[in-house]
Design a protein around this ligand. Sequence first.
Ligand code: LIP
Length: 276
Amino acid sequence: MSIAPALPSASEITDLRALARALAVEAGAVVRGGRPDRVEVAATKSTDVDPVTAMDRSVEELLRRRIADRRPDDAILGEEGDDVAGTSGLTWVLDPIDGTVNYLYGVASYAISVAVVAGDPDPAVWTPLAGAVHSVVDGATWTGARGQGAERDGTPVQVRRPDSLATSLVGTGFGYQAAQRAEQARVLTHVLPQVRDIRRLGSAAVDLCLVAEGRLDLYYERGLNPWDMAAGGLIAAEAGAAVSGLHGDPATRRMTAVGTPARQAELVALLEEAGA
Ligand code: LIP
């Protein structure tokens, strides 16, 4: 049984939020200022269509340097680099460019995602404390902090409360494995007739923040990595969303379903029915 981590005070969490925001905004400026007209794939990861670019790597190095400088006792879990151990019990969870395929093609939805969690940096057991998501192309920044709400560029945000699942606009996404996409397509054929419409925007971090501010009603995806969901999940939760997996589980790689509680529960039931 995992022991509940000692949590920082409210004012420390406020400071962590400010640092997450500053890091995401600084990294965003680097990406905005340095994106070449034609982005090259530096390498591929889980499959041939799972790309990493030079910018993903350089931005993560920048974030790691800043955190090592400002928070030397904290651990780091990042998409593009090795885990760094810490002694403080806190871990920074980094996605230097969430929506890398969009960045590659110049499609507008990609973001820097920076979060800090207490406890094991595992979505099944972690305690998210603070997070920031910076949308590179339009410069929007969302932040959230445990028990302190969520905001976009200084304005508090709240989830939308649609009257029914049938009138809910739902975001989702698909993985880099062909077999996984086939399974996700099967589930989608079950979901689509039951909702207003589907949006596949390409960045889980941005999708979660769009739910937080009511520009999407619901979001679900199977296969998310911790760094795809750490900041966005907290921001959505602090904006009033229910954030969970299926069958009473927390939100993890297995499934992440998010939205205003009444509709989110209906979406979860639909996904369970579909055997998602
Ligand atoms: C992406 C997620 C997106 C998902 C993609 C990919 P990445 O993260 O944000 O929701 O559908 O398959 O996982 O790889 O750009 O950091």
